[in-house]
Design a protein around this ligand. Structure first.
Ligand SMILES: [Zn+2]
Length: 382
């Protein structure tokens, strides 16, 4: 079923009417508000292009919904209780929370420089420990978790099944993303800690199971449920979070609330590589947002990110940025033309088709005038 939406004043009367937008391959009807949960950063290092791409896409999603008269409510968490962060803070000789706060500050500066709107909610994991304890207790009550040696483990086979992964692949990814499949306290290697018993070098809080800290997937699930209630309209994040992080997050949320599905749609932004390799500090191939912005306007960086299908993986090369700058000039040139009558609905229809930005840019350049100006405004390219 599709519905006709009210129209935002910003976009004019034609832009945001029509069928409900398609997001993540699913047509989603909204009344007036959209709850978008974005898995945010673990603040232990500088922001690179791979992070930025995800958050620019979420910003474009929010703008597109606004075009349809829907008010996006974005929650972008900060994962400041995290084993990798703890190690980075320890090496820097700084308490984990002040270390995280400094990195969060730099991240927010980078996002502002990229014209990414500030989220409505920015929960930090260390403030949600009581909610994780309540989540763990609920999962124990439901028989989908067990307490052992000061930890609480969520039974994970269902999460692997819902991700469509075979056991070997699920175990490989679990190990890669800190899931500790070889933890001897677990009944099954695919089980994950909702609550992790205290260990040296990590922060710890009191709980019914002794001192410990939240598990990664559980803290995101607790923040999402606490901010939005039983579920969200769109859950967004980088594609590499699909498993184990998002699969466990959704499985915990659904078994705790009894409400399925936890998310009506998913937006998993493609992975950005450079020279064909995943960006990593250890590989020395990080492309930093601040370096890109030193040589190019933010609009060119945004357009380089957005001028492609959001789910596609892509490899960064400097000439892509030059090409984006050239295409941006063409869009500006088209926007300056005054002759076109300006059919705004074409732009709205293309953006509502799972954020088909490349086609919307082509259309705007061809049409010129008001549609090109509107698209530049919606994508914050001006
Ligand atoms: Zn998350």
């Amino acid at each position: 079923m599709s519905i006709v939406h009210p129209v935002s004043g910003m976009a004019g009367d034609q832009a945001g009417s029509g069928p409900a937008p398609v997001i993540g391959g699913r047509q989603l009807a909204f009344l007036d508000r959209a709850r978008i949960y974005a898995c945010g950063i673990t603040p232990y290092d500088v922001t690179h292009l791979g992070h930025a791409a995800t958050f620019v896409w979420i910003d474009a999603l929010a703008s597109t919904l606004r075009l349809f008269g829907i008010e996006p409510e974005v929650c972008r968490n900060i994962t400041d209780v995290d084993d990798v962060l703890d190690e980075a803070a320890w090496r820097a000789g700084t308490p984990y929370d002040s270390f995280a706060a400094v990195q969060q500050y730099h991240f927010e500066q980078d996002m502002a420089a990229l014209a990414v709107r500030a989220p409505a909610h920015e929960p930090r994991a260390h403030r949600y420990v009581p909610q994780v304890i309540r989540l763990a207790a609920g999962l124990l009550d439901g028989g989908v978790a067990y307490a052992r040696e000061g930890s609480v483990y969520f039974r994970g086979q269902s999460a692997a099944r819902r991700a469509g992964l075979g056991r070997a692949e699920a175990l490989r990814l679990s190990a890669e993303y800190g899931g500790r499949p070889d933890d001897p306290a677990k009944e099954d290697p695919l089980d994950v800690a909702v609550w992790q018993a205290a260990e040296p070098g990590h922060p710890a809080w009191e709980s019914p199971w002794g001192k410990g800290r939240p598990g990664w997937h559980a803290e995101c699930a607790a923040m999402a449920l606490s901010v939005f209630g039983v579920g969200v309209d769109v859950h967004a994040g980088g594609k590499d979070l699909r498993f184990p992080h998002h699969a466990y997050h959704a499985a915990m949320a659904e078994t705790f609330t009894g409400v399925t599905p936890y998310a009506r749609a998913w937006l998993h932004a493609g992975t950005v590589t450079t020279g064909g390799a995943k960006m990593a500090k250890s590989a020395g191939n990080l492309v930093l947002v601040r370096d890109l912005l030193a040589g190019h306007p933010a609009a060119a960086v945004r357009l380089m990110i957005l001028d492609r299908p959001w789910a596609d993986d892509w490899d960064y090369r400097p000439d892509l940025l030059d090409a984006a700058a050239t295409r941006l000039e063409r869009l500006y040139g088209a926007a300056g033309r005054t002759a076109a009558a300006g059919d705004l609905s074409g732009i709205g229809r293309l953006l509502a088709d799972d954020l088909n930005v490349p086609a919307a840019i082509d259309h705007a350049i061809e049409t010129g005038g008001a549609p090109a100006r509107m698209l530049a405004t919606v994508l914050r390219l001006s």
